[in-house]
Write a protein that binds this ligand. Structure first.
Ligand code: ZN
Length: 247
């Protein structure tokens, strides 16, 4: 058994308040003895995700004594500069569509590379060996900075640049959204699943007024469509948690 499965080790989770990062945080809390969270404020069009993350952090310790014991401090890093150089639908009032590159206009170029660099600098200072993030190759929108090869290359680059042995974990990399819902239930039962549905936020338009069976959202943006489809798939095969983390 490795240290990571015995509740030892210090981890830093990139936590946005979305569905994926919420399940990723629960995954980290099940593995590591001390888990801190980091969020990035880069001038997102809708602040609702940043608000949701605080609600989730407040509720998690009420679900389990292990969560209460292990959940450590939260950090917010101001990345306003990223917003100023990103003319995207996530940071500007422009339509969500697919650009000539084939990528949706929600793509913020290099976002995860920048997030990981800042997270690694923070992990270095906080003495966290493990960095955990909820990126996923399976049903993502084609973002190149979510790919497994990108993350592995970043691990090498960060360790060379920091002279550390940081380990980057991506438990959702090969899971689709249906399997992510199933993982939430496996990790924390119905209460964690309810928290993910009720309090995590995915909608690109920031809609927190329309409640569907799968959570709040406009129901029509790409993030809502993905989440709705994932939840429907989860209901069809609720026990399929996808490939094991190590596969
Ligand atoms: Zn939406």
């Amino acid at each position: 058994m490795t240290a990571a499965t015995t509740g030892e080790g210090r981890a830093l989770v990139l936590f946005s308040g979305g569905q994926d990062s919420t399940v990723t945080l629960a995954w980290a809390l099940a593995r590591f003895g001390s888990v801190e969270t980091v969020g990035f404020d880069y001038g997102q069009r809708h602040r609702v995700e940043l608000e949701c993350r605080l609600v989730i952090r407040d509720k998690l310790p009420t679900l389990s004594s292990v969560y209460a014991e292990r959940l450590g401090p939260d950090h917010i890093i101001d990345l306003a500069a990223l917003g100023t150089i990103s003319e995207t639908a996530l940071t500007r009032e422009s339509e969500i569509a697919f650009a000539d590159t084939g990528l949706p206009t929600t793509f913020v170029p290099g976002r995860n590379l920048i997030f990981l660099t800042f997270a690694a600098a923070l992990a270095y200072r906080r003495n966290c060996r493990h960095i955990v993030l909820g990126v996923c190759e399976t049903d993502y929108s084609g973002y190149p900075d979510c790919r497994d090869d990108t993350i592995k290359a970043m691990q090498v680059a960060l360790n060379l640049g920091l002279d550390r042995r940081l380990v980057l974990h991506t438990p959702l990399m090969w899971r689709d959204k249906a399997q992510t819902f199933a993982l939430a239930r496996e990790l924390g039962g119905e209460t964690l699943l309810d928290l993910v549905v009720e309090d995590s936020h995915s909608c690109y338009l920031g809609n927190r007024t329309t409640r569907h069976s799968w959570g709040y959202g406009c129901g029509t943006c790409p993030a809502c469509e993905l989440r709705a489809k994932g939840y429907a798939g989860f209901l069809c095969s609720p026990d399929d948690t996808g490939p094991s983390y190590d596969s």
